[in-house]
Design a protein around this ligand. Structure first.
Ligand code: OSB
Ligand code: MG
Length: 375
């Protein structure tokens, strides 16, 4: 696999509605797209940073810097056997998993096209259909949240996740649970609490939740182990898990019973596969998290979600829930059973709308082998 060109683009896209989490409100997305040209074929990846360092330490701008100044110069003109060699080549760059994932995943797309197989198959995926849930942002009041939940259930979604934060938790969850006693329901705090809130978080046990996602500090596995021993609800770690070693440690410490895998947060498909495998060996179910992705990121999430231990519904939902027009053709659609049918054509299985990408692009940088030879 000869890396003949790398193109980095920043696009701007506005979400249909603002999305509120414990760390802030997002509506105007700044998304980086990575295009790699390998043996004449274009592969695409999406960098899943948000705009501020409030989910993890990366931002759209740090990813631009790391890709521009370190990753692209290191990879341009190189010849790889497979996309799974990339992570080792980039191991001298500490952290910056989302920046690395955007590039690595583009190479996986290219490899699957060159081999004439769907990306899901190249990754070793076995599922033909993936189960979908939705993540609902924090609302003005419990009643409007209940109405949103009702709409999503009517569309067929199999699991509802509510964003919570201090002051917007128990009464919201209670209202939804009262209206829908039997649905799969979970909450996500995005690190809004600390261990002193253990008794408060214990109140959530009464709602029979599928899980409580990342209640404590973004980088503190140990405190989650202490909390898990005090509550009945299963903890699911998101922010804390950046690689397979973290996943193994968290499970062995009893810090969680479920793990959310995000391709960006763990550094790309190779690492995601390793996290998946560690969890599988420990009989710990996983599901695919979301980062308000546009279509390219969404397509990668779908391919990853076909691995056999993705046994819980993910946060990967229809393009139309987020965007007036998505970057891919066809857009991601969800069946009335709350599933996405995995594409069977080579590569991502969705075509990138280049014209739309061009319209949305606000800055571009590209690399060709000769540019490196000159320096
Ligand atoms: O914690 O899962 C999260 C969005 C941005 C940052 C973090 C998270 C989220 C979501 C949205 O929950 C998931 C989605 O619908 O893409
Ligand atoms: Mg989360």
């Amino acid at each position: 696999m000869n890396i003949e060109a790398i193109v980095l683009r920043e696009i701007r896209m506005r979400l249909k509605a603002p999305f509120e989490t414990s760390f802030g409100v997002t509506q105007d997305r700044r998304i980086l797209l990575v295009e790699v040209v390998v043996d004449g074929v274009s592969g695409w990846g999406e960098v899943t940073t948000i705009e501020s360092p409030s989910y993890n330490s990366e931002t759209t701008d740090t990813a631009w810097h790391i890709i521009s100044d370190f990753i692209a110069p290191q990879l341009i003109g190189k010849n790889l056997n497979t996309a799974s060699d990339v992570a080792a080549r980039l191991s001298s760059i500490r952290g910056h998993q989302m920046a690395k994932a955007g590039v690595e995943n583009a190479l996986w797309d290219a490899e699957s096209q060159l081999k004439g197989m769907p990306l899901s198959k190249l990754l070793g995926g076995t599922l033909q259909e993936i189960a979908c849930g939705v993540s609902l942002g924090i609302r003005e009041n419990p009643q409007s949240l209940v109405r949103r939940v009702e709409e999503e259930l009517r569309s067929g979604y199999q699991r509802i996740k509510l964003k919570i934060k201090p002051g917007k938790d128990l009464d919201y969850v209670a209202a939804v649970r009262k209206q829908f006693p039997d649905i799969l329901l979970s909450v996500d705090a995005n690190s809004a609490y600390d261990l002193r809130d253990a008794n408060h978080l214990k109140e959530l046990d009464q709602f029979n939740l599928l899980m409580m996602e990342q209640p404590l500090q973004w980088d503190d596995i140990h405190s989650h182990a202490k909390l898990q021993s005090q509550i009945r609800t299963s903890i699911c770690l998101d922010e804390c898990i950046n690689n397979a070693a973290h996943a193994g440690a968290a499970i062995e410490m009893g810090a969680c019973r479920i793990i959310n895998i995000k391709l960006g947060r763990v550094g790309g498909h190779s690492s995601a596969h390793q996290v998946h495998d560690v969890c599988q060996r420990h009989s710990t179910p996983v599901w695919c998290g979301g980062m308000l992705e546009a279509g390219i990121g969404r397509a990668h999430n779908i391919a990853m979600s076909t691995l056999p231990n993705f046994t819980l519904p993910g946060d990967v939902s229809a393009s139309q829930r987020y965007w007036n027009e998505d970057l891919i053709e066809p857009e991601v659609e969800v069946s009335s059973r709350g599933t996405i049918l995995v594409p069977t054509s080579p590569g991502l299985g969705y075509a990138v709308k280049r014209q739309l990408v061009d319209q949305l692009t606000v800055r571009t940088r590209d690399w060709k082998p000769e540019m490196v030879a000159q320096t």
